[in-house]
Design a protein around this ligand. Structure first.
Ligand code: BG6
Length: 486
């Protein structure tokens, strides 16, 4: 096991991600006594504030957790005591020298760096880190998305990183991998004998992956409009989910074994390109409507200018290997949909012959629903006999076998995904981070789809906020006789 980092360097420490996720996660870990006792957290951003200024920002961000968990002031003070602030401008490598001075010789005792800056600043930041003496073998660099906007730009970033940090020191974040229920997919598949023999084209009819959001632009206008849902959500989170669902069993739960299996799946994705994009993908953009009974403006009104950016995408994907031949993977994600929900649905095939048919009973094929959020739930629908004397025929009904994870593990605190990822970064455990070959396989598939849209002059179809996307998304599955699991 690598030695835990003694210093964590957080870029963009005063930004939104840091205030909403990173500082609360670190505080949660600290409150539970999980951070290395001597860990120092050095925050940096452009603002000209000092240690006290950062501590103030942190205190405000952590107030809800203090209240929620009824924590002692001493716990907060211990955490605030770890914080230091250094003002630096990531676009000017020389301004990072001050960080080098603040970290000093601690850099050689293990340094973890969390970089969540705009991709345009990656190269200058890395140059600055190198000049400041912060890129030695004891440094681990975590990179937050977006890591480029297509394969070429992502390779450029990866090359710039690789020139200074070998792959084993590079930790690419996909925060979905930090979610407990996403990791539970592995436990479900490979910790039970029940599913794996049926987890293939023989028994599975199709798979659905949905990440639906009720939010709109959330003040991220300039970022999102340049990206769209395909690159913001499918390129990373949804393809990682697909890879975990579709991969072969890794021989060990190690970074290399797990990532080797995921990348094989990503490379087996059948391209959706100029020939198939119009049939196998649907894009949409929300117009004014209502979400949870509240009126909300359309995308273009929020943006204030014309745009062809998609806020919804639905795809019919295929994994071209033996296990998955002929099994469609339907994926959809969008903003301003009716509910917030992330889930994977495994739809099994019908039994080959129903002995109950002559007695009037109708069988529904089994379905496994893995709910990631907001509910953390695994539910398997099974046919069950409705109690009775069956004088006028046998009645069978679908009943769910339900594992509500919060109930099953009622005594365990639910953690933010970043708690897991930050602790793994600090301790040097790379399994839940994305390897370069995975990211590149993801981009390659995504780029072909975007080229396909362009070749077919596809532009997003409007859908009213608060609905499940354009009607064409429903047609995408219905023409195969499949309904989305709403
Ligand atoms: C981010 C996207 O990666 O994931 C956002 O950039 C999206 O647009 C978010 O809202 C969703 O994450 P979660 O954990 O809320 O499902």
């Amino acid at each position: 096991m690598p030695t835990p980092a003694q210093t964590l360097l957080l870029f963009g420490v005063t930004g939104d991600l840091s205030r909403r996720m990173l500082l609360p996660s670190l505080f949660g870990l600290d409150a539970d006594g999980l951070l290395p006792p001597d860990l120092r957290i050095v925050g940096t951003a452009r603002q000209e504030i000092d240690d006290a200024g950062l501590r103030e920002t942190a205190e405000t961000a952590l107030a809800p957790i203090m209240a929620d968990r009824k924590l002692d002031r001493a716990v907060l003070d211990r955490f605030l005591g770890r914080l230091r602030y250094v003002a630096a401008d990531a676009s000017k490598p020389e301004s990072l020298a001050a960080i080098g001075e603040a970290v000093g010789p601690r850099a050689d005792q293990g340094l973890a760096i969390f970089l969540s800056t705009a991709p345009s600043l990656f190269e200058s930041t890395i140059a600055g880190l190198q000049a400041a003496g912060l890129t030695g073998p004891a440094t681990r660099l975590a990179l937050e998305k977006p890591l480029g906007h297509d394969l070429a730009s992502s390779q450029e970033i990866n090359d710039a990183v690789a020139a200074v940090f070998p792959e084993r020191q590079t930790f690419r974040i996909d925060h979905y991998l930090g979610k407990e229920t996403v990791q539970n997919l592995l436990a479900l598949r490979f910790g039970n004998i029940l599913f794996e023999p049926l987890w293939n084209a023989t028994a599975i009819e199709h798979v659905q992956i949905t990440i639906s959001e009720t939010v709109g632009l959330e003040g991220r206008v300039s970022y999102f409009d340049g990206m769209g849902s395909l690159r913001d959500m499918v390129q990373n989170h949804m393809l990682q989910l697909l890879a975990l669902v579709a991969m072969e069993a890794p021989a060990q739960f190690t970074a290399t074994a797990v990532r080797d299996e995921k990348v094989k799946v990503l490379r087996s994705l059948r391209p959706i390109d100029a020939n198939t994009a119009a049939r196998e993908s649907v894009i949409g953009q929300y117009t004014a409507g209502a979400v949870a009974g509240q009126p909300v403006p359309g995308y273009l009104d929020e943006l204030g200018s014309p745009s062809d950016t998609e806020t919804f995408v639905a795809l019919k994907a295929h994994v071209d290997n033996w296990r998955w031949q002929g099994v469609p993977f339907y994926m959809r994600t969008g903003k301003r949909l009716p509910v917030r929900r992330s889930e994977v649905v495994i739809q099994f095939k019908p039994v080959p012959h129903s002995m109950f048919a002559g007695r009037g009973a109708v069988l529904q094929p089994n379905r496994l629903v893995i709910s990631i959020q907001p509910d953390e739930n695994v539910s398997l629908t099974m046919m069950s006999k409705q109690p009775g004397l069956d004088r006028d025929g046998i009645r069978l009904r679908e009943v769910p076998l339900n594992i509500g994870l919060p109930n099953a593990f009622a005594d365990v605190r639910r953690r933010i995904a970043y708690e897991r990822l930050l602790l793994d970064l600090i301790e040097g455990e790379p399994t839940l981070f994305v390897r370069r070959d995975e990211v590149e396989a993801q981009w390659e598939w995504i780029d072909a789809i975007r080229d396909g849209w362009e070749a077919n002059s596809m532009v997003p179809k409007p859908y009213a906020a608060g609905t499940w996307g354009p009607a064409a998304a429903i047609a995408l599955t219905e023409r195969d006789g499949v309904s989305w699991h709403d």
